[in-house]
Design a protein around this ligand. Structure first.
Ligand code: URA
Length: 238
């Protein structure tokens, strides 16, 4: 990774902007290996040095991983000329970190969205080679039955030569409710799978991706950083 300017390094940890980092350094509130930093331009190796800001170790990480409870009505994109994107739900320091969503959710879909700048993890999580399961909760307009479960298990044909991999379908307490497990991610896949059974999806929420589950304590539109353990488990899924 090598050395970086101290203000940039602090800003990359997400809590403070670059301007705030400069101010904290100026006030002598930033300690590098126990010594107050003298300049924002000081070059520091974030992986080796201990950096305390106001006495607190901000936990330098090479990459950032954020779990967002995506609400309906925002795009799973990093920018859009007209519409709000998931990045607009994050505070400015996090918006500057090059985060992108790992696998898109439709505008009207809610639930778990992982945002990171770790391209390698994202690439592998989305690759069919690694079969990272995605679990969704869906509500449909017409009650589901065992023939739907069997069709999902067989692999739904979406028209042309497009065939889905076998998918899990568990009917909920009410036959309009379903838990769907996908091992791949085609465009509008769940809606198209149900449509092929003559059913429309009225509500869709992603609950998990591999070992990562949506933290139900997160309100819609809120985010939190992944824990070290969650990141390690995601790598363990691959
Ligand atoms: N399948 C869909 O149809 N939409 C989503 O947002 C995710 C999976």
């Amino acid at each position: 990774m090598g050395k970086e300017r101290l203000d940039k390094l602090i800003a990359s940890m997400g809590r403070y902007s670059r301007r705030e980092a400069k101010e904290l350094i100026r006030k002598g509130l930033v300690l590098v290996d126990g010594v107050p930093a003298e300049s924002a331009e000081e070059k520091v190796d974030g992986e080796k040095a201990e950096i305390l800001v106001g006495g607190e170790d901000l936990g330098y990480r090479r990459f950032t991983y954020v779990m967002l409870h995506k609400p309906a009505g925002v795009l799973s994109a990093t920018e859009d000329a007209r519409q709000r994107t998931v990045l607009d739900l994050l505070p400015p320091p996090l918006r500057r970190m090059g985060l992108f969503p790992v696998g898109r959710l439709d505008k009207d879909t809610e639930g778990l969205l992982l945002l990171t700048n770790d391209g390698d993890l994202a690439h592998r999580m989305l690759s069919p080679k690694y079969h990272v399961d995605k679990v969704y909760y869906a509500e449909v307009d017409i009650p589901l039955d065992d023939s739907d479960v069997a069709a999902f298990a067989q692999g739904i044909a979406l028209g042309g030569d497009l065939r889905c991999l076998p998918a899990g379908l568990r009917i909920g307490a009410d036959a309009h409710q379903a838990f769907v497990t996908l091992h791949e991610g085609k465009f509008h896949q769940i809606k198209r799978m149900f449509a092929s059974r003559g059913k429309s999806v009225l509500y869709l929420k992603r609950l998990s991706m591999g070992s990562l589950r949506l933290d139900e304590a997160l309100q819609k539109g809120d985010y939190r950083y992944l824990t070290e353990d969650e990141v390690a488990k995601l790598y363990g899924d691959l």
